[in-house]
Design a protein around this ligand. Sequence first.
Ligand code: B12
Length: 229
Amino acid sequence: MKEDIIALLKENVIQGRRTKDDEGIDGNMVGTPGVLELTQLALENNIAPNITIEQGLTAGMQIVGDKFAAKEYFIPDMLASAEAVSGAMDILKPYLEKSDIATKGKFAIATVKGDIHDIGKNIVAILLRGTGYEVNDLGIDVSSEKIVAVVREYKPDFLGLSALLTTTMVAMGETIEALKENGLRDKVKVLIGGAAVSEEYAQEIEADAYCADGFHAIKVLENFQKAKL
Ligand code: B12
């Protein structure tokens, strides 16, 4: 039963079906539960939100990306799936955020300049808030100047940068350079993530860590905290 819900969720992300009223890419699906209904059903069946996110929502988006790369899907199709996943995250948010936990540190997060992908960044922000970090989400298409100003004024312990495009990942390196030029590089640990980047790229631009997903980021941050003790 639980496996069925997650499999259906993944399939409906691929179909870009937000609710039961949507037809889906293949059509003729009106009336069967969409991503929002299935996310609610997953909660009612005590499926842990991280399973819903990883094996349902994210796994579905991965296939959407593959289909786009194969020219089987176009931008409106990606957008339909993205909107369905964003709606699902709104449902899961209260279960991931526990606002009364003492702060473990300040975390500023941004999607870098030129890039408007924000689903992954939003998931990371929600997960970190839920784990006890004070998160300042700077949004999408954020310039290195803005990030430098935030690091100077808000003084985060950690800075998370997201990029999904090979054309925008360079803005991560530029941001790190800008932090250096402004004498701020040693004030903040920089974590990078997103489909375009890798461990090797993190080393190349001298970021402190690459994170494959939000759960990985939680572990990386724990290790930073341990290293401080
Ligand atoms: C949805 C989507 C869109 C939506 C975005 C909607 C939104 N609100 O975000 C729309 C339709 C707007 C879009 C537009 C475009 N897209 Co697009 N998009 C995608 C798609 C299908 C899914 C991305 C996604 O949401 N994944 C699900 C989330 C959960 O995963 P994630 O983002 O990777 O995040 C996780 C981890 O990476 C990590 N993480 C991410 N960031 C961070 C940051 C930190 C600090 C940490 C710790 C961790 C972390 O944790 C997250 C949670 O687990 C990807 C395909 C893919 N496989 O990535 C293409 C993809 C990224 N897009 C692509 C392209 C080409 C474009 C466009 C250029 C298309 C066009 N011709 O206009 C535009 C670019 C617009 C712009 N300037 O940014 C290409 C990029 C190719 C490349 N190598 O550069 C991809 C890979 C598709 C493909 N296979 O060709 N896109």
